[in-house]
Ligand binder design. Structure first.
Ligand code: FES
Length: 286
């Protein structure tokens, strides 16, 4: 039976405008509902993704509070006065992106990454900060036939960990090490292709920087463009009867890679067959 209880709302002032927001919503969600995109990196507004609030790329100013707040994780409260575009908030967000940009590779692995979109949204095109020493830059892991791991582009946003652990409940990916040596690992720091990864591809869909990408998108130098396709064809995975919906990205009349889309049976997720076997088939037969 459908729950017909009316949803409670709270009223806040967002960028000078009074708005009603469902109780429990975050400031980020309230802003998005008003058409304001607050930059975000570790937050993924898709089913199953818990906000983590770790990157601080989404900071906003709340009247009466001493410090800025991470909008992706901060719930709205009655009477809250939020300014998403104050000079202080904008400078803080741009600084976070600039610090992260310092450690990015000279040429991005994904020319159309979410990170680059967010850098542009913050007006950041280069970094004033020095890059980390070469000895701390992780090396390429191309041990998996369907996915490439270039952790030199990783920003430790933790989205792949949540994708693997909480969304797909596989728990293969974790964080290891401390300080400059902290990095994403598969199992006990195994190469991805030799780990217990089930190749669902969820981490690739979640990664905002191109550190995890479909191998079929990248050239031999590990560069590619996830948005470089001519058309998208939405379909249903042909492997079983669950009915997972997916999207084929097609370039020059050939399938470049496959992504899950938000169908009722899968909410963007795919299993090894839809997520990787299709892509592997493409890679091997290309
Ligand atoms: Fe809000 Fe990362 S996007 S803290």
């Amino acid at each position: 039976m459908l729950d017909s209880t009316p949803q409670k709302t709270v009223t806040i002032k967002l960028d000078g405008k009074d708005i009603s927001v469902p109780e429990g919503a975050t400031i980020w969600e309230a802003a998005q509902a008003q058409g304001t995109l607050i930059p975000h990196l570790c937050h993924k507004p898709e089913p199953g993704y818990r906000s983590d609030g770790n990157c601080r790329a989404c900071m906003v100013e709340i009247e009466g509070e001493r410090v800025l707040a991470a909008s992706c994780i901060r719930p709205v409260q009655v009477g809250m006065v939020v300014n998403t575009a104050s000079e202080r908030a904008e400078k803080s967000r741009a600084l976070v992106v600039e610090l992260l940009a310092a450690d990015q590779p000279d040429q991005p692995h994904d020319a159309s990454s979410h990170f680059l979109d967010m850098a542009a949204l913050n007006g950041v095109s280069e970094s004033r900060f020095p890059a980390r020493d070469a000895c701390h830059v992780p090396l390429l892991d191309d041990s998996h036939v369907a996915m490439s791991v270039n952790l030199d582009a990783c920003i430790h946003c933790n989205l792949c960990v949540r994708a693997c652990r909480e969304v797909q409940v596989n728990d293969v990916i974790g964080m290891a090490g401390r300080g400059l040596d902290a990095q994403i690992v598969f199992d006990m720091n195994d190469p991805m292709g030799q780990s217990t990864c089930v190749a669902c591809g969820e981490c690739v869909q979640a990664c905002p920087t191109g550190a995890l990408m479909p191998a079929s998108v990248l050239d031999d130098a590990q560069h590619g463009d996830s948005k470089d396709f001519d058309r998208e064809v939405q379909s249903v995975c042909p492997y079983c009867g669950v009915g997972c919906q997916l999207s084929f990205k097609i370039k020059d009349d050939e399938i470049k890679y496959v992504e899950g889309v938000n169908g009722p049976a899968n909410e963007n997720r795919l299993c090894v067959k839809g997520g990787s076997v299709l892509t592997m088939f493409i890679t091997i037969t290309a």
